[in-house]
Design a protein around this ligand. Structure first.
Ligand code: HXC
Length: 260
């Protein structure tokens, strides 16, 4: 049996999902999209997993895009299915009930940038290059890139990246708000581990409320979003972790959150 294009590792509440096709710069074919979907479904369901880190194997790429060799063989009906398969995965990631960090360790192009944009935080190596080069293939982004880039960085940046198809470096990505932080490539793993570690000990139900409020709230009118925020805020007063967090502050000690 062929080995899985996705590997999974656990440490202290942090699940690291690695796309493992380095010989293809981790390009996303259907098998990889399906394996990723299964990996995220499992991470979502496992209460021991507090944070997910997504990265690419090898020194060169996070993901260099959808698999061009596979796409070359598709007709329009299959292409539609392919787009929907990717969009479902990206939506699953975006709506995960726990934080997902993309460790962008190199090229994040096309479907690779779309994948990174579906994550909640993006930490990039200074060597990373990011872009939507589909136009050079006579294509457009099809895993949600036009929509997420527009929402993350605004129309000017979305049109620049998608019309020109020219990758940008990590510093420019930071300037556009496309990534949260840029770190030296050699420090990416440890920086992401530190960040993931702090999220892994934070109050899980409150993290989930933030994700719900920002992701869902960002997709509706402000009145609806504000009501949603209040509902999330009030609900947390029914949790033990909220009592623990506030009591720990008052008692000048470190809180121990238990996901309840
Ligand atoms: C399939 C890919 C690939 C991809 C790289 N490879 N990207 N195979 N799909 N997206 C393969 C190469 O063919 C090559 O295989 C091997 O990986 C190493 O890549 P090289 O090109 O030799 O590496 P390098 O010269 O360092 O160039 C790196 C690169 C270049 C600049 C990232 O590989 C590149 O431009 N890749 C395509 C980027 C792209 O256009 N992405 C968007 C795809 S469209 P061999 O067999 O020669 O060793 C997309 C649509 C999403 O993502 C939406 C779908 C619905």
């Amino acid at each position: 049996m062929a080995s899985s294009p996705v590997t999974v590792r656990d440490a202290d509440g942090v699940r690291t999902i690695t796309i493992d096709r380095p010989e293809r710069l981790n390009a996303l074919d259907r098998q990889t999209l399906e394996a990723l979907d299964a990996a995220f479904a499992a991470a979502s369901a496992d209460t021991a997993v507090r944070v997910v880190v997504l990265t690419g194997a090898g020194p060169k790429a996070f993901v260099a895009g959808a698999d061009i060799a596979e796409m070359n063989q598709l007709g329009p009906i299959e292409a539609r299915e392919f787009s929907l398969l990717g969009q479902r995965l990206m939506r699953r990631i975006e709506r995960m009930p726990k934080p997902v960090i993309a460790a962008v360790n190199g090229y994040a192009l096309g479907g690779g940038l779309e994948l990174a944009m579906a994550c909640h935080l993006r930490i990039a190596a200074d060597s990373a290059r990011l872009g939507q080069p589909e136009i050079n293939l006579g294509l457009v982004p099809g895993f949600g890139g036009t929509q997420r880039l527009l929402r993350l960085c605004g129309r000017a940046a979305a049109l620049e990246l998608c019309l020109l198809g020219k990758p940008i470096d990590a510093a420019r990505a930071l300037q556009l708000g496309l990534v949260n932080r840029v770190v030296p490539a050699a420090e990416l793993e440890s920086e992401v581990a530190t960040l993931a570690g702090s999220l892994a000990t934070a109050a899980p139900l409150a993290l989930r409320a933030v994700l719900d409020a920002v992701v869902v709230g960002g997709e509706c009118a402000i009145e609806e979003g504000l009501q949603f925020e209040t509902a999330q805020f009030a609900l947390l007063f029914a949790t033990e972790d909220m009592r623990e967090g506030t009591s720990a502050f008052l008692g000048k000690r470190t809180p121990q959150f238990r996901n309840r």
